[in-house]
Design a protein around this ligand. Structure first.
Ligand code: DP6
Length: 352
């Protein structure tokens, strides 16, 4: 079933029953894109479809204490704590998120919110927490909607959670269901939408069950250049059109691979996408470079190791210097030994 933007607008003004003070806790996983979302238009609509794996251990857990307002409030009142610390610096992005979703969830204005959020991955590890962070916030809002309007269909609410998360951060749309998600309309992918992410309509090939992702933290801390700047640069990028064609093609190919389990094709496509993403950054106007010497060292080592050992290991990159190393579960022991020999950087071990 395809939902339109209008479907998500809250038409029922009748607010249902809910206590005056209560807490909602939700968690959402991190995700790693195999086919990258890079470039957007209008309000958080992707330039092309993307496909991601959803991680298991790396997640954001957020609780919201809600207190019903005595007087109606125009703005949503809230405070945000991360790992027990009041983080004013996070609040403008969250306020922006609330402004964007208010049309679809006007009931959020009825409450004052105190958020307490934590990540299972180390603080300032450089892993994108905005995807899991906004997905957790969206799930809280949806949980509240469910309490206020218990009759609403669960398929609808699942799509709406992704729709709302997208308005916080694009990749957050995909930070919801396991083991993989697709975001962005593709004429050949049934049910696909620019508005929200969906799950593949098939089971992944068994080789991908428990597929491993070891994240090598080459660079910890805040990203130097935000993804939003990179997305904007795609609007005038000299390779924009060719990238669009490539990503539409690669999304379809990736879904075929996830179904047929061809690891050779998987490795080729995943690395093509990772290097392609960084090639776009290196050729935008102005250009920029996020890979560090250590990133390149690890990439070369992975390629040499794969060749010598006929290993099914590959790498992907986000908008940063960290390396995600992907490999099947049955190669975990040998791969971990290799990774620890290759780099002194901290490594987070996760799987899908
Ligand atoms: C390189 O989702 O962080 O990780 O929508 O501006 O919040 P905004 O961008 P964001 O972009 C992520 C880009 C990427 C690729 C991907 O996850 O698909």
């Amino acid at each position: 079933m395809n939902f339109t933007e209008k479907d998500f607008i809250q038409r029922n003004n009748q607010i249902g029953e809910a206590a005056d003070n209560f807490t909602i806790e939700q968690e959402a996983p991190s995700n790693i894109a195999l086919v990258k979302y890079w470039g957007k238009h209008a309000l958080q609509l992707p330039m092309n479809p993307s496909v991601s794996f959803t991680l298991h251990e790396s997640k954001t857990i957020t609780s919201a204490q809600l207190k019903r307002n005595e007087k109606p409030s125009e703005k949503v009142k809230f405070t945000f704590y991360l790992e027990g610390e009041h983080r004013k610096d996070f609040e403008p992005k969250i306020a922006n998120f609330f402004n964007r979703i208010i049309e679809y969830a006007p009931f959020i204005q009825e409450y004052e919110w105190i958020f307490n959020s934590k990540n299972t991955f180390p603080h300032s590890s450089g892993i994108a927490s905005s995807a899991s962070g906004f997905a957790a916030l969206a799930k809280i809002v949806i949980k509240l909607e469910q309490q206020l309007f218990p009759d609403v269909d669960t398929n609808y609410l699942q799509a709406k959670a992704s729709f709302l998360a997208r308005l916080g951060s694009g990749s957050a749309a995909r930070s919801l269901a396991h083991p993989a998600m697709i975001w962005g309309k593709h004429p050949k992918i049934k049910g696909s939408s620019d508005l929200y992410a969906i799950q593949p309509d098939f089971d992944l090939h068994p080789i991908f069950h428990n597929f491993q992702d070891s994240i090598i933290l080459v660079e910890k801390g805040q990203k130097k250049i935000s993804s939003s700047v990179g997305h904007d640069l795609m609007n005038t990028h000299p390779y924009k059109n060719i990238r669009k064609i490539q990503a539409f093609d690669n999304s379809l190919q990736m879904l075929n691979i996830l179904q047929n389990g061809n690891l050779k094709d998987f490795i080729k496509l995943v690395e093509e996408e990772a290097l392609g993403l960084h090639a776009l950054m290196m050729t935008s106007q102005p250009n920029y470079l996020l890979m560090q010497a250590e990133t390149l060292k690890i990439i070369h080592a992975i390629r040499a190791y794969r060749k010598t050992n006929k290993a099914n290991i590959c790498f992907t990159l986000d908008a940063g210097a960290n390396v995600h190393v992907l490999y099947p579960e049955n190669e975990a022991e040998s791969t971990l030994a290799f990774l620890h020999k290759t780099t002194n950087c901290d490594i987070i071990h996760d799987h899908i």
